[in-house]
Design a protein around this ligand. Sequence first.
Ligand code: PGA
Length: 223
Amino acid sequence: MKKLFIIANWKSNETTPESNSWIQEFSNVKLPISHEAEKEVIICPPFTLLAGLKNLIVDKDLGLKLGAQDISPFAQGAHTGEINAQEVKEFADYVIIGHSERRLELGEDDSVISEKVKRALEAELTPIFCVQGIDTPVPDGVSVVAYEPVSAIGTGKADTPEDAERVAKTIKEKYSYVQHVLYGGSVRGGNVAGFTQGQFIDGVLVGGASLDADKFIQIVKNS
Ligand code: PGA
């Protein structure tokens, strides 16, 4: 059975009390996730919640992994406001890089994004590299790619599993170093299986539906 990555991207949402309630709800349901399980469940909260969530996950032995939503393209040093890969590595194993919201709202281009990938790999963080289609270049060394068509993000209009499978297959054929391709964009409990049951898709990146612990649990269960 293939390993599945089920990733929650909380984006710019959730305060400490809200994330505590989310974890409480999540931990009330005994999901069969552990370090050996075939499902890797990763929460990507805002930076401000990483330390607190790490403690809760360890204390409650939840088997969840953590990821950041971004990192600095710079190494440690005089870069006011930046959070670098080494700092993220203290709390997380993964980092989302190249999300289309950052490309569109903050003007991130392929060159800054590839710097971020380099910094992540140096710090032994696994990039979850977002592409909008087969034309987005995937930098060397990236093993996890998330295919997220812009038209599907936050719109309730998910891509079809057939199209997502075709893109996942093409990406794997094009880049020998890519081992896992995920789908993201309006994933819900009701449509997740269509994506995860395919031959080439290895999981999902979930935005809106991941903010509600119940909805996210349904996605984990149905994947
Ligand atoms: P969505 O977002 O699930 O709200 O469509 C997905 C994403 O942007 O990662």
